[in-house]
Write a protein that binds this ligand. Structure first.
Ligand SMILES: *Cc1c(COP(=O)(O)O)cnc(C)c1O
Length: 231
């Protein structure tokens, strides 16, 4: 097995163990491999090991990689970064899911650029549960109007909520923020309206699974540290 295949197996084992510990039904939590800064070769290695969902933070990088990897027809690209409205046009039709819609204007722009798409784009609304000034994501108070905008967009399909908690050294600190996202899901229609909760990364995926995550977004635990050159 390659190094990446080994790491993927470890991450899957962590997710399964966390599901068991939380008393959740198995295989409810999906793994998004966060491939930002990682080479197409590294992505191919993960693909060869069975991974299909990849998350990118930057438009240009996603477009380049999607082109270089177009021979992998069932790769699914997820956008997890801050999306500027003037970049929507180049990326919208390449996406399987967007995790980071945080304003009615962004929802409207995506809707417009997806007019010719065969299917509506699965859309998560990013919530700034930690209320950090420098972070993107909508505040809990303004969430309802973004949910409304996504619901009304013909070419978007409202699929759930996403959050990035404040950074801390202790993964346990993230748990209250994950709980808060799940509470917001309950307040705005529950599982039937917002089936997906995208939360948890390499350091705190166990806390996120315990709190009800359906997608964990994992970069370094799959690919190794960023900034190190991969083959
Ligand atoms: C980079 C990133 C991740 C993955 O972080 P790791 O700590 O490497 O697992 C997850 N979500 C978002 C939004 C990111 O930007």
């Amino acid at each position: 097995m390659t190094e990446i295949a080994d790491r993927l197996a470890l991450v899957h084992a962590r997710i399964r163990a966390a599901e068991v510990a939380a008393g959740r039904a198995p295989e409810q939590v999906k793994l998004l491999a966060v491939s930002k800064t990682m080479s197409p070769t590294a992505i191919r290695a993960a693909y060869a090991a069975g991974q299909r969902d990849f998350g990118e933070n930057y438009v240009q990088e996603l477009v380049q990689k999607a082109d270089l990897l177009h021979d992998l027809p069932d790769v699914r690209w997820h956008f997890i970064g801050h999306l500027q409205r003037n970049k929507v046009k180049v990326v919208a039709t390449r996406l399987h899911m967007i995790h980071t819609v945080d304003s009615p204007k962004l929802a409207a722009e995506l809707d417009k650029r997806l007019e010719a798409a065969a299917e509506p784009l699965a859309t998560l609304v990013e919530v700034n549960v930690g209320r950090e000034a420098q972070k993107s994501g909508v505040s809990p108070e303004a969430l309802e109007q973004v949910l409304q905008a996504v619901s009304e967009a013909k070419h978007l399909r409202l699929a759930g909520l996403m959050t990035v908690p404040p950074f801390t050294d202790d993964p346990a600190d993230a748990r209250p923020y994950f709980d808060r996202l799940r509470e917001l899901r309950e307040r705005f229609g529950g599982r039937s309206v917002l089936p997906e909760l995208s939360m948890g990364m390499s350091a705190d995926l166990e806390q996120a699974v315990a709190a009800g995550a359906t997608w964990v977004r994992v970069g370094t635990a799959v690919f190794g540290p960023r900034g190190r050159a991969l083959p």
